[in-house]
Each structure stands twice: as structure tokens, then as C-alpha cells.
Design a protein around this ligand. Structure first.
Ligand SMILES: Nc1ncnc2c1ncn2[C@@H]1O[C@H](COP(=O)(O)OP(=O)(O)OP(=O)(O)O)[C@@H](O)[C@H]1O
Length: 293
């Protein structure tokens, strides 16, 4: 059965296709192009190094990420995950090597890159809807309202549009942050441990929502997570960083939507086998976060 998010998206698509007024139709096409096309961009790193003073954090990393794929980056605390994400974002620059987005050497923040962090970072003096609008720039004012509202619909919070962020739960705030990230129809969405502060069940709900929305629009997604289970649940490919280098690059060949079954546990185990010393490693453990190690 289709998920509520898919049903909602199907409704929007239906409205786009069946609308008779050409002006409104144009407006609706602006609302949800995510539903109509794949937008992801390619990422190419060649011999990328990053150092801060004498400390070399990333060491000659070479990596190609296909447009529209979902990549998870895992590794122990301090191994360089967030540094890599900041390089991809254009917020920081490489010390040496080449980093290209869609074949172009990266120069500052790419226009259609969006972020989602562990902290939702909502403005408390703005309504929920106004926070989502912050994800749009250069769009006509009449469209901004409509698009922000439709983005809230995609995350199931349209009825909370007029409320303050302070009255929302942690999971709902992260939904607003997701709507703000998606409303501009990003080509690249960078997630830095976005679900790390949520309880286990809300976290699984949010994983499903992110997967669902990514499947609809196929932006390129790169997610840093400490949770091996989360990486296997969401990613096409899991990259383990150790001491500034890629220690494992694993394609997750499970069908979607993913179920936490034996095949799922196998992929978790492969990653953990690489991370853990054999003596510390128990074959029976699943749902392990790297924080547990
Ligand atoms: N702007 C900076 N200036 C100096 N050192 C930095 C800077 N940013 C990161 N580092 C150092 O680079 C190393 C890697 O940091 P990074 O935040 O990338 O790790 P991480 O794998 O994301 O860690 P965590 O999982 O704990 O968030 C750390 O030793 C950190 O102190």
C-alpha cells in the first residue's frame, strides 16, 4: 500500500495534471517539480586532502558519486566525516586535489545544495510556514507561499503551518527542517547526523520519510551518520572513513523499502566487521551505533 507521503504526492501530481486554469497550472508546476524529474548531480573527488595546520584530516580521497544516489558516510568520531561534508558543501575548500560537482570544479556554495543538521535550526520568531519559506530565494512572492505550504504537506505538517516552532516536538521540528531543505528542489542534499537527537521510533519514521521523498525526486543525498543501521536502511552505498581515508566502500544491494531482516543484518555485519576488532565483535549484535563501540 502506498505510504501517506506518496499518496499526498500523488494528489499534488494529480492537481498539476488536471488543472484547467493555465496560470494556476504554471504555479502548481512550480510547486512540485520534485515529483516530475530527477535532479541529482554527480560528485567527483580526486586525491582530495584537507589539513588544518599540521593535522591532515583527509588523505588523498578519490570518490565518484553518481547523480541521484544516496551515500552514507560512517566512521568513528573525529575521523573527518563532517570535514568531508563541508568540502562537498563548498563551505570549506580542499587543501589539495580536485572536487567537482556536475563536472565543474567547486567554487563556494553550490546554488542548489541544501543542508539538514542534527539541530533543526528554526527561527523561533518565525511561524512554521515562514521557516520553510527561508529555503526559497528568488521566487515570486505568490509562489513562495504555495510552495512552502506544499513542502509542509510532503512532510505531513500542513496543519501546523501557522504555529511557532517552540510548540513542535523534536521530530516535528526536523520535519520542518526537511521541508525547508526540500522546498528549493535541491540537486544535492547534505545531511549531518540529522536524526541523531531523536528517539528510536521517531528516527525510524524520519528515515522512511527521507527515503520516500528522496525516491520521488532523486536529488543526490550524502548523509553522515554514526548509526550503521541507519546507513544500511537509507543508502545505496556506505563509505567508512578511517584515519582520513576510505576504509570500506560498500554497495547496499537490498531492495527498497528495506526491512530489518537477515539480509539487512548481513550488511550491518560487513560494516561492523571492518570497524571492530575481532575480539570485541559479536556476530549476534545488530542495530549498533558507532557510539556503542
Ligand atoms: N575548522 C577546523 N579547524 C581545525 N581543526 C578542525 C576544524 N574542523 C575539523 N577539525 C579537526 O578535524 C578532525 C575531524 O573533524 P570532523 O568534525 O570532520 O570529524 P567527524 O568525523 O565529523 O567527528 P564527529 O563524528 O565527532 O562529529 C578533528 O580532529 C577536528 O578537530
Amino acid at each position: 500500500m502506498a505510504s501517506p507521503f506518496r499518496q499526498r504526492s500523488a494528489e499534488v501530481e494529480d492537481r498539476i495534471r488536471n488543472h484547467s486554469n493555465p496560470d494556476q497550472e504554471l504555479s502548481l508546476q512550480l510547486v512540485a517539480p520534485a515529483l516530475l524529474q530527477d535532479r541529482g548531480i554527480s560528485i567527483d573527488l580526486k586525491d582530495v586532502s584537507k589539513q588544518f595546520g599540521d593535522q591532515v584530516v583527509l588523505k588523498r580521497i578519490s570518490l565518484t558519486i553518481n547523480p541521484g544516489s544516496f551515500v552514507a558516510i560512517v566512521g568513528r568520531s573525529g575521523c573527518g566525516k563532517s570535514t568531508l561534508l563541508r568540502l562537498l558543501s563548498g563551505l570549506d575548500s580542499v587543501s589539495s586535489g580536485s572536487l567537482k560537482l556536475q563536472g565543474q570544479e567547486i567554487q563556494g556554495i553550490h546554488g542548489n545544495t541544501r543542508f539538514m543538521f542534527q539541530d533543526a535550526r528554526l527561527l523561533p520568531w518565525n511561524s512554521v510556514l515562514d521557516n520553510v519559506k527561508l529555503g526559497l530565494s528568488g521566487v515570486r512572492s505568490s509562489d513562495v507561499q504555495l510552495r512552502a505550504y506544499e513542502a509542509l504537506k510532503l512532510v505531513g505538517l500542513e496543519e501546523r503551518a501557522g504555529e511557532w516552532p517552540s510548540v513542535l516536538s523534536g521530530g516535528q521540528r526536523q520535519r520542518v527542517a526537511l521541508a525547508r531543505a526540500l522546498v528549493g528542489n535541491p540537486h544535492l542534499l547534505l545531511f549531518d547526523e540529522p536524526l541523531g537527537a531523536l528517539d528510536a521510533l521517531t528516527r525510524i519514521d524520519m528515515q522512511r520519510l527521507i527515503e520516500d521523498l528522496w525516491e520521488q525526486s532523486r536529488f543526490t543525498a550524502v548523509m553522515v551518520t554514526h548509526d550503521v543501521s541507519e546507513a544500511v536502511a537509507l543508502a545505496d552505498r556506505v563509505i567508512l572513513i578511517e584515519e582520513g581515508q576510505i576504509a570500506l566502500d560498500l554497495n547496499i544491494t537490498l531492495a527498497r523499502p528495506r526491512h530489518r531482516d537477515a539480509g539487512f543484518a548481513h550488511f550491518e555485519q560487513v560494516i561492523l566487521d571492518r570497524v571492530l576488532a575481532p575480539a570485541k565483535h559479536s556476530a549476534a549484535r545488530t542495530n549498533i551505533s558507532l557510539y556503542d563501540i
